[in-house]
Design a protein around this ligand. Structure first.
Ligand SMILES: Nc1ncnc2c1ncn2[C@@H]1O[C@H](COP(=O)(O)OP(=O)(O)OP(=O)(O)O)[C@@H](O)[C@H]1O
Length: 211
């Protein structure tokens, strides 16, 4: 399992510089990124997931995201804060698609959809889902395959308490199997659920370690 690192990283929208991270390595573990709304957490995650262009380098061990995007994306999974899925596709359509893309082991999709009770609605079109149902689907997609890292933007928002506990349990159990995590919250939450090993704050374009 490899470390995730940034080197001379900069992200701008037009002329506006949003983030500047000269050098940073995320060691294996569970990393909690804090920051107020608009500080740049989602922008950072979109870059780390390979969904948004940036300047500088992002690497997973020896795998450079710009040079080997497919190899990188096989090992780094992502759930967006408020995901939008095509409303005419069903949860099952997306799960089957992602399972192939991420080379999911046999039986994994079934296990995950049962674990989060997504099986109750996975045959319905995504356009009919509540925000909590959409969020649970996106969490299932983020766990598919054999990722080394899973990035979860605001993993607990819009979920009921039971689902929050299930997702927290999935994170803790996957960590025990060696998977590392980056997750964000814009407000404090009870860290005894997820047990983050490192915390950071996004502020003034910088990502500063807190512990
Ligand atoms: N596509 C875009 N074009 C221009 N500016 C953008 C774009 N996306 C984000 N920004 C700006 O980048 C900054 C960081 O936004 P970002 O969404 O990453 O913040 P965040 O910390 O994730 O907050 P939130 O929790 O509200 O999503 C904000 O000032 C935002 O206005």
């Amino acid at each position: 399992m490899s470390m995730l690192s940034l080197h001379n990283f900069q992200k701008s929208f037009g002329k506006q510089l949003i983030l500047e991270i000269p050098e940073l390595t995320f060691e294996r573990g569970i990393h909690w990124i804090k920051g107020r709304n608009g500080s740049g957490k989602s922008t950072l995650f979109n870059c780390l997931a390979g969904l948004s262009p940036y300047q500088g380098e992002i690497s997973l061990g020896e795998i450079n995201l710009k040079k080997s995007p497919q190899a990188y994306k096989l090992k780094v999974n992502y759930s967006q804060s408020e995901p939008l899925f095509p409303e005419f596709l069903s949860g099952n359509d997306l799960i089957n698609f992602f399972a192939k893309l991420k080379k999911a082991p046999a039986g994994q999709s079934k296990f995950l959809i049962q674990q989060l009770s997504v099986d109750a609605y996975a045959d319905q079109p995504c356009g009919t889902y509540s925000s909590g149902m959409t969020k649970k689907l996106s969490i299932v997609l983020a766990f598919l395959g054999e990722p080394e890292w899973i990035i979860l933007d605001e993993p607990l928002i819009t979920l009921d308490v039971e689902a929050q506990q299930l997702v927290s349990k999935m994170i803790v159990e996957s960590r025990e199997k060696g998977v590392s995590f980056l997750f964000s919250t814009h407000q404090d939450f009870d860290n005894s659920l997820i047990k983050a090993s490192h915390t950071y704050k996004v502020e003034n374009r910088l990502l500063t370690p807190e512990s």
